[in-house]
Design a protein around this ligand. Structure first.
Ligand code: FE2
Length: 261
């Protein structure tokens, strides 16, 4: 087995020969995820839903949604949520509107879109991102609490208020929780109404736009092009993620996702 540093952040683990992810040592993996934020596995055997669930249960209980544990992410004709649409998905953390925030997100790519283009999953490692900012900028961010409101149309919705900067519950490092506003592709389906608490709308909008620009220009922002057979294990407390708009044949991209508590 070869382990290679990703040029952005995170770790890529390549399997030699046919090997199952279930053969890897979960304690070692958990340490790697917390250290790197994101681990990509390539060359491992495919897994059915039961095998994926068994792999994930090694790290904790699974978050149960209306549809069960395994979400199939594929474009739908009349999407009830924009994650099933062709448009781009704003940066966010999973479980923002749920009863519990998953520690890890686990993905398996069933059908990729790397050749067709589009459909990349975007990641921002917010721990490394904050470490890269000047201290006075972090102090300004620490003062901000943001209110998010969205209608429940698929499996989540409601109103939340979250500080922009807080402690990672496991590593205790500073991390950022943020749902990117102003997504032009999510005006029709289910937009999130976003405002900085205690700040008038115009000033809040200007500052939110500045934060979005910081995120996308960070050296710790990464676009993952999906290839069939890719697995990703992501620290959801440390990372924000989103998705690029689909193009052409990329519409066939299919992922399976499990949330680990
Ligand atoms: Fe998500």
């Amino acid at each position: 087995m070869n382990t290679v540093k990703n040029p952005f952040f995170g770790l890529i683990i390549h399997a030699k020969n046919d090997r199952s992810l279930l053969s890897l040592e979960p304690n070692v993996l958990e340490k790697e995820i917390l250290e790197h934020g994101l681990v990509i596995f390539r060359g491992f055997l495919s897994m059915n839903n039961d095998e994926m669930s068994s792999f994930c249960r090694q790290f904790g209980d699974l978050l149960e949604w209306d549809f069960g544990h395994v979400l199939e992410l594929q474009i739908r004709a009349n999407p009830e949520n924009h994650i099933f649409s062709q448009g781009r998905v704003e940066l966010h953390w999973d479980g923002a509107f749920a009863s519990a925030v998953p520690r890890f997100n686990f993905f398996q790519c069933i059908e990729g879109s790397a050749e067709a283009g589009g459909g990349e999953t975007t990641f921002l490692n917010t721990v490394k991102f904050l470490e890269s900012l000047p201290l006075d900028q972090i102090s300004e961010f620490k003062k901000l609490t943001i209110r998010y409101e969205t209608e429940k149309k698929a499996h989540y919705g409601g109103v939340i208020q979250t500080p922009l900067v807080s402690e990672h519950p496991i590593t205790k490092e500073l991390r950022m929780q943020f749902i990117e506003p102003f997504n032009e592709d999510n005006v029709e389906v289910n937009p999130v109404n976003t405002q900085i608490v205690g700040m008038e709308r115009e000033k809040s909008d200007a500052l939110l736009k500045q934060i979005v620009a910081f995120c996308y220009n960070s050296q710790f922002f990464y676009d993952h092009q999906w290839n069939k057979g890719d697995y990703l294990l992501v620290d959801n407390h440390a990372n924000l993620h989103g998705r690029r708009r689909f193009q052409g044949q990329g519409l066939n991209r299919t992922l399976k996702r499990i949330h680990i508590l």
